[in-house]
Design a protein around this ligand. Structure first.
Ligand code: CIR
Length: 273
């Protein structure tokens, strides 16, 4: 199981209800049409990185459903429907069970507590899960049980106070390297890793994603791009300002994976690209 090599990315086109998406601040609503444009650019960047993009289809009854990563975890041949911590998002996990079955066969349901996928960082060594306002120890324990048959150790860590998700502040760059905000790195949770730090003032760039040979970085963070390129990574910049208006970033808008049923068993949703 590699934390960076994938054959597929499962996404969900946003519905018009995305303008009502949850957010911590009181900034402007995202513009639906511009969100769609950005989402389509995001999908193209994933295709260019070498994965097959599959649109699971909009779920307009759940304003935040475009952020697919929070409702499920796909790791190796296993798919787990999570239990998102925000009440308005709980139903997204039920939809995931049906959506992921064609690709993974059995879908395990988290059976206790709460976990948002944004708090789950899969590295080449282990699975770190940050406790947050959305993810609690009972959920982490249930996830550890679900992942144990795969031989995947789970380590409970803390998401920094005031940060929505653990992966708001970090990302995997390769088997043993992470990119993180200084604040999160200073917590010591990455002491067993090589750490590249987000430049001061560009902490919001930490929610980047490594997809095969490409690192996707949200636009607006030139120093981050320079740092990654200097370290030898191929960087592609993606617009996601309207996702950011509802506290979304790059990682949460796709489930990067290598499903065991590569064509969705012929019953899955169609490819978008
Ligand atoms: C939420 O608050 O749940 C959404 N508006 C944003 C979720 C972003 N998810 C993520 O970073 N993993």
């Amino acid at each position: 199981m590699s934390p960076i090599r994938f054959t597929h990315a499962l996404v969900r086109t946003p519905g018009p209800s995305i303008v009502h998406g949850l957010r911590a601040g009181d900034g402007p609503d995202p513009d639906f049409d511009q969100f769609l444009t950005e989402h389509s650019g995001y999908q193209q960047a994933l295709v260019d990185a070498g994965v097959q993009v599959v649109d699971l289809g909009a779920l307009n009854q759940f304003p935040d459903a475009v952020f697919v990563e929070d409702a499920a975890l796909c790791v190796g041949e296993l798919a787990v429907a999570l239990r998102p911590g925000a009440p308005s998002r709980a139903g997204e996990a039920d939809a995931m069970v049906d959506d992921l079955r064609p690709w993974f066969g059995e879908v395990v349901r988290l059976n206790a507590g709460h976990v948002d996928g944004g708090d789950v960082l899969v590295t080449g060594k282990e699975v770190l899960v940050g406790c947050s306002a959305r993810t609690n120890p009972a959920g982490v324990a249930a996830l550890a049980e679900a992942l144990a048959p795969q031989g995947l150790p789970v380590r409970l860590v803390d998401t920094p106070a005031g940060v929505l998700h653990f992966k708001t502040a970090c990302a995997v760059l390769d088997d043993t390297t992470v990119f993180a905000t200084r604040r999160l790195a200073d917590s010591g949770c990455f002491d067993r890793y090589r750490v590249l730090l987000a430049p001061d003032g560009e902490e919001a760039a930490a929610n980047l994603i490594r997809v095969n040979d490409t690192v996707l970085v949200r636009s607006g963070f030139p120093h981050t791009c320079d740092e990654l390129r200097a370290a030898g990574y191929a960087v592609v910049v993606v617009d996601a300002d309207h996702a950011a208006r509802v506290d979304g970033g790059l990682s949460c808008m796709s489930l990067r994976c290598t499903p065991p049923i590569a064509a969705g068993n012929g019953t899955g949703p169609g490819y978008t690209a």
